[in-house]
Design a protein around this ligand. Structure first.
Ligand code: CA
Length: 226
């Protein structure tokens, strides 16, 4: 589970980083709003801890921009102010939860666990592009109405592509999410290619419209247009 902390208070970040590491999280930090925004839009975090008071761009603005870009990463906002207006504003802009400062680490941990458990897309919602449909709850995939039989790894890969449809995903990002960095980059890069090809055979082969596209030098994207 990879967490991005967007916060400029170094001491707080150090405490959080240490605690989260002890609980098995991988932690990265961005020290201002612009850096945070850029990191989040690269799309490779399972959750973001986002402070409101930040240099360059405040947390509200970062949140607004990422949701506008269609990014659905779970966000826990930290606010120094306990004013109801700030909380409402954060939730309105698409935060998943908020935590007023000061807080206890175990509280942050509990909330982080809650928002990462909560699927970004409601489970009853189908994930869909063109005539390809995935029902994450029933673990079923259909292309043109016909069931497609996938291995667990293929399913995880397709789910990742579907949840970020239209976005170019690098091999490193795919590896990180679908294989949780079990493999080093060189070995893993090839692994991604192999599995994308498995998926193509099951999802695209025999259909006039291909959905899985290679973006030369970058990675892969799932979309209707070539
Ligand atoms: Ca701050």
């Amino acid at each position: 589970m990879k967490i991005l902390i967007v916060e400029d208070e170094t001491r707080l970040v150090d405490v959080l980083r240490q605690g989260l590491k002890e609980h098995g999280f991988t932690v990265e930090q961005a020290g201002n709003g612009s850096e945070g925004l850029e990191a989040i839009l690269s799309g490779s975090y399972d959750a973001v801890v986002l402070d409101v008071m930040l240099p360059e761009r405040d947390g509200f603005d970062v949140l607004k921009q990422i949701r506008k870009a269609g990014n659905i990463v779970p966000v826990l906002m930290l606010t120094a102010r306990s004013g109801v207006d700030d909380r409402v504003r954060g939730l309105d802009l698409g935060a998943d939860d908020y935590l007023p400062k000061p807080f206890e680490f175990k509280e942050l941990l509990a909330r982080l666990r809650a928002i990462t458990r909560r699927p970004a897309v409601e489970p009853q919602d189908l994930l869909r592009v063109a005539d390809l449909e995935m029902d994450p709850r029933r673990h079923e995939v259909r292309r043109a109405g016909k069931l497609v039989d996938l291995s667990a790894r293929e399913f995880a890969l397709l789910e990742y592509l579907l949840r970020r449809k239209g976005l170019v995903l690098t091999r490193a990002m795919i590896l990180d999410h679908v294989w949780a960095s079990t493999y080093d980059y060189d070995g893993g890069s090839n692994l991604v290619e192999v599995y994308v090809n498995f998926l193509r055979k099951k999802v695209d082969a025999g259909h006039p419209v291909k959905l899985i596209h290679t973006v030369r030098g970058s990675g892969y994207v799932l979309r209707e247009q070539a």
